[in-house]
Design a protein around this ligand. Structure first.
Ligand code: SER
Length: 328
């Protein structure tokens, strides 16, 4: 067994800590990790014990405020944590309403995570985003390595997080890995305060009211992904053979590049009288316009065999089925 594999196996034997476990990604990542590695191997955490659900009840759950290095360190020691999935974050539109708080959480807390990871030799997963790009980035087929001058605090914190992850890997040999995730479409926990949230809200409104007022213009093209693919992308990257990874952090990953009009048309195939109105929010429109239309994810495909399962058609079909069951 190669040293890298041995290290990876040892890290796997230790526990996995998930921060922000009650958020949009965390609430699906925790059950997936419990299923994959065994419930006793996973420590879920959040800033509060609410809502009480399968994440808080289905295994270990700790209250953790990631702005405290000591609190992170205590949990990592108490549970013998070997890998940290850092999902706690404030989304892009809310970030613009409270930029300093967003920086403290989205960058400051992540810097704390890396500090503790260095002390205890933990592997770290960092979710970067399409928000790490800005208006001067090439927006079509956005390359893996390109100009990154984001104009939101969310994006500034993501770029800084990507770079700090690279730094800890290069300088301290820490196993940091990360993805630039697109807008995520899911049906367990709703997103809150993001620019891509329309692609989730639309399903609930389509099923409930057959009508949705979209806060982005009809032709706003953005990358999206269905949550089951996002969860697989995270576990696949964390299990990937380290010797194949040239870009350890911030891999572009995408599953579809769609506009609100295209999503509405796909929903109309199942709900023909669904009506889409547009009530554009200038803040979120400006943010969306500064992000790529479509990312090139060939580095992820080449370095760890990334390939999404869901496209617009299969995602829409499954979302409608799940949201209908949920709202019954
Ligand atoms: N979904 C996030 C947002 O809209 C982007 O990563 O803020």
């Amino acid at each position: 067994m190669r040293i890298a594999e041995l290290r990876a196996t040892l890290a796997m034997m230790k526990k996995m800590l998930v921060t922000g476990a009650l958020g949009q990604i965390g609430s699906e990542l925790v059950p997936a990790l419990r299923e994959r590695y065994g419930s006793e191997a996973i420590v879920a955490s959040g800033i509060r014990f609410r809502p009480v659900n399968s994440v808080t009840e289905g295994g270990t759950f700790e209250i953790l405020d990631c702005t405290s290095v000591d609190d992170i360190s205590a949990i990592v020691q108490r549970h013998d944590v070997g890998t940290i999935y850092h999902m706690a974050a404030i989304m892009s539109a809310i970030g613009e309403k409270k930029p300093e708080e967003a920086w403290d959480l989205n960058f400051g807390a992540f810097a704390n995570i890396l500090k503790v990871a260095r002390q205890h030799r933990c592997a770290v997963f960092f979710p970067s985003s399409i928000g790490a790009f800005g208006p001067t980035t090439p927006s079509q087929n956005t390359p893996q390595d390109t100009l990154q001058r984001p104009t939101t605090i969310y994006g500034v914190a993501k770029v800084a997080g990507e770079m700090l992850s690279d730094y800890y890997a290069a300088r301290f040999g820490l196993d940091t890995r990360g993805l630039r995730l697109p807008g995520l479409i899911s049906n367990v926990t709703p997103p809150g305060g993001g620019t891509t949230d329309y692609a989730v809200d639309i399903f609930y409104q389509a099923v409930r009211e057959k009508r949705y007022a979209c806060f982005l213009r009809a032709e706003t093209r953005l990358d999206m992904m269905y949550m089951p693919d996002a969860i697989s992308s995270i576990t696949q990257l964390m299990e990937a053979d380290a010797s194949r990874l040239k870009h350890r952090n911030a891999f572009n990953v995408t599953a579809m590049s769609i506009t609100p009009a295209e999503l509405a048309a796909e929903i109309q195939r199942y709900i023909p009288d669904f009506v889409m109105d547009y009530d554009v929010d200038p803040l979120r429109q400006e943010i969306a316009d500064s992000w790529p239309d479509s990312m090139d994810d060939s580095a992820a495909r080449a370095e760890w065999d990334w390939s999404p399962r869901y496209d617009l058609a299969s995602m829409t079909k499954d979302m409608l089925k799940k949201v209908r069951t949920k709202l019954k």
